[in-house]
Write a protein that binds this ligand. Structure first.
Ligand code: ATP
Length: 312
């Protein structure tokens, strides 16, 4: 549904994006997670046609977004970091204005308006000026304008930033409800937000995608870590050939030894350590350590952040 390939973007000397690629399928709810300055807003602005990339392509339903911006924008609802609200307008006038701007056909405006108002729980607030609403309700108005044209894709830039804890819970519930009918991509720097809301997290650091994983895979207990005393060239390939192994990552252990993270295919439910142990014995690998690897989003994020700091 959304296919982003090799996006690059610089602001003068600042390389904000360096070859970002990812794919999002229909119905997914994906969190774009990264620290401040990672490039999240830049990606969302490019996806929504507010910014041109230097290089790269974006396909939305197979349509090139850079060549057909209007057609693509009609399929996307966007809530920027600062919602484009007019404080002096009432909720009703503002949403009607947005329905006009989004070119919702006149005969469908009433239906679209009611659906957006109902979905965001704004029924009792239509006559209030936006400037008098709490931040949480202003954010609801921002969401209502984003879904006014009933887009198939919803893109939200840090939708809960600046809200109090109760408002955060309400907006998250709202996003979850909207995601029942819409593909959602939202940015955040809050790990728990991704854990509460998403099927998948794309972790962005320094303008690069550092991880792209389903949360259920991250939580799978069937992963393992093997540390060897000496590097073995064909170890990754041999590990990959084991039944139930989905992927193998190589890295250095904290004390500097060659290490392999073996990711299990959670659907197969294979306990990996015994099979890896048998393989290591049969190949006479100098095994230093073999353990199950239970990873949370937080561990993944911290590992990546540490690696990014070391590389910087
Ligand atoms: P935040 O969470 O702070 O909004 P982000 O992950 O959304 O961060 P971006 O806003 O995309 O990151 O910024 C990526 C990089 O590009 C940062 O280094 C930022 O300072 C820089 N940048 C963004 N917009 C501009 C601009 N208009 N001019 C110059 N540099 C910019």
């Amino acid at each position: 549904m959304i296919e982003v390939s090799a996006l690059t973007k610089s602001y003068g000397p600042i390389e904000a994006l360096r070859g970002v690629s990812f794919h999002i399928s229909r119905g997914e709810i994906v969190g774009l997670l990264g620290p401040n300055g990672a490039g999240k807003t830049t990606i969302l602005k490019i996806l929504t046609g507010y910014l041109q990339p230097d290089e790269g392509t974006i396909l939305i339903h197979g349509l090139n977004a850079l060549e057909h911006p209007r057609e693509v924008q009609a399929q996307i609802g966007y809530l920027p970091e600062t919602a484009p609200l007019y404080p002096e307008l009432t909720v009703q006038s503002y949403l009607q204005l947005m329905a006009d701007l989004r070119q919702v056909p006149e005969e469908r405006q009433r239906e679209h308006f009611s659906a957006a108002v109902y979905a965001t729980g704004l029924q009792g607030h239509l006559t209030r000026p936006i400037g008098q609403l709490s931040r949480g309700f202003r954010q609801r108005v921002g969401l209502a304008q984003a879904i006014m044209h009933q887009p198939q894709i919803l893109i939200l830039d840090e939708p809960t930033v600046g809200l109090d804890p109760t408002q955060i819970v309400e907006i998250r519930q709202l996003i979850r409800r909207l995601a029942q009918h819409t593909t959602v991509l939202f940015s955040t720097h809050i790990l728990s937000e991704v854990e509460t809301l998403c099927d998948r997290a794309i972790i962005l650091m320094n303008g690069e995608v550092r991880a792209d994983a389903r949360l259920s895979d991250l939580a799978a207990t069937s992963n393992a870590v093997m540390v060897l005393s000496n590097a073995v060239l064909d170890a990754p390939a041999a590990l990959r050939n084991l039944e139930g192994v989905r992927a193998v990552e190589t890295f250095r252990s904290d004390d500097g030894f060659p290490a392999y993270r073996i990711l299990g295919d959670s659907a197969m439910g294979v306990e990996l350590c015994p099979v890896i142990y048998d393989l290591a014995r049969s190949r006479q690998w100098a095994l230093r350590e073999l353990r199950r690897d239970v990873r949370t989003l937080e561990t993944v994020f911290n590992e990546l952040a540490t690696r990014a700091e070391v590389a910087a």
